[in-house]
Design a binder for this molecule. Structure first.
Ligand SMILES: [Zn+2]
Length: 244
C-alpha cells in the first residue's frame, strides 16, 4: 500500500511498492463501510473482534489494519485506477465530483453548473455528480449558517451567495472532521475506535421543536427525499418560488 485517499464518502488504499504507486494503471483497494463497517488499527496481538472480516498486516510486523463489520453491508474490493482531470481515481469513484475540502475543488466551475440547474439548493448539494462529501446533516447545517431555505431554486442564487454557502459547507465539514464526525450510532468510530462528537454542535439537524441558536424560533422539520430537512422558519424563510 502506498497511500490512503478519500473523496466524499469513498475511501481507498492505493496499492504499490514503498517507492510509491504509479499515477494511473495501478490498482486500489476500495473500502465500503456500509452502515456498520469499521477500519481499525490494532496491535497484532490484540484479540480478534467478534465481527472481524479482513486482517491486513503492516510492514512493521507489529500492527494490523482490520476491517470489522457487525452486519455485512460493507466490504473491500480491488479496482483499477483511472486518470480523471490529472488525478488517479478507482474506477467506481471516477464519476464522483471532488468534495469541497479537495485542492482540485473549483468553486467557480461548481457555481456555474449549480446556477444552470433547475432544482432546489439542497438537492444540488447532495448530488455527487456536482459536489461530493455533503450529506444530509452537513447540508442542513451549512444552509442554516448561510440563511438559505433548502428549496431555494439554484438559478436565483448570486455568485457571492454561492461563495458564502460553500464557505459554510467547508466550515461545517472541517469542524465535523475536527470533532471526529457525527455519531448517532456507537458503531461509527475512527481507526482508533473513538466516536466523534459533532452531533453536540448541530444547530438545526435533528433539533425539531428546539430553539434556533441564532434567533430562538422553533426549528421546523420538513419531509425531504425520504428523509428530513431541518430549518429555522425565521432565518431561512421558504421562498415563494420554492423547488420542492
Ligand atoms: Zn433562526
Amino acid at each position: 500500500m502506498s497511500a490512503a485517499r478519500r473523496r466524499g464518502k469513498y475511501l481507498w488504499l492505493e496499492l504499490g511498492d514503498e517507492a510509491g504507486a504509479p499515477e494511473s494503471g495501478g490498482e486500489a483497494l476500495v473500502v465500503h463501510l456500509g452502515m456498520s463497517g469499521q477500519l481499525l488499527v490494532q496491535p497484532g496481538d490484540a484479540p480478534d473482534e467478534k465481527h472481524l472480516r479482513v486482517r491486513m498486516m503492516f510492514a512493521d510486523g507489529r500492527s494490523e489494519l482490520r476491517f470489522v463489520d457487525q452486519r455485512t453491508f460493507g466490504g473491500l474490493h480491488l479496482a483499477d485506477l483511472v486518470e480523471v482531470d490529472g488525478i488517479a481515481l478507482p474506477k467506481p469513484v471516477a464519476h464522483i465530483a471532488p468534495d469541497p475540502l479537495e485542492q482540485v475543488f473549483d468553486l467557480d466551475a461548481v457555481a456555474d453548473r449549480l446556477r444552470a440547474r433547475r432544482t432546489g439548493i439542497k438537492r444540488a448539494l447532495l448530488d455527487q455528480s456536482l459536489v461530493s462529501g455533503v450529506g444530509n446533516i452537513y447540508a442542513d447545517e451549512a444552509l442554516w449558517r448561510a440563511k438559505l431555505h433548502w428549496a431555494r431554486p439554484t438559478g436565483t442564487l448570486t455568485r457571492p451567495k454561492i461563495r458564502e454557502l460553500f464557505g459554510a459547507v467547508t466550515d461545517v465539514m472541517q469542524q465535523a472532521l475536527h470533532a471526529g464526525g457525527t455519531s448517532f450510532d456507537a458503531l461509527y468510530v475512527n481507526v482508533n475506535g473513538e466516536s466523534g462528537y459533532f452531533d453536540r454542535s448541530l444547530a438545526v439537524y435533528g433539533q425539531a421543536g428546539h430553539p434556533c441558536p441564532r434567533c430562538g424560533a422553533s426549528v421546523r422539520r420538513d419531509p425531504f427525499m425520504n428523509r428530513s430537512s431541518y430549518t429555522c422558519p425565521v432565518c431561512q424563510p421558504k421562498p415563494r418560488n420554492a423547488h420542492l
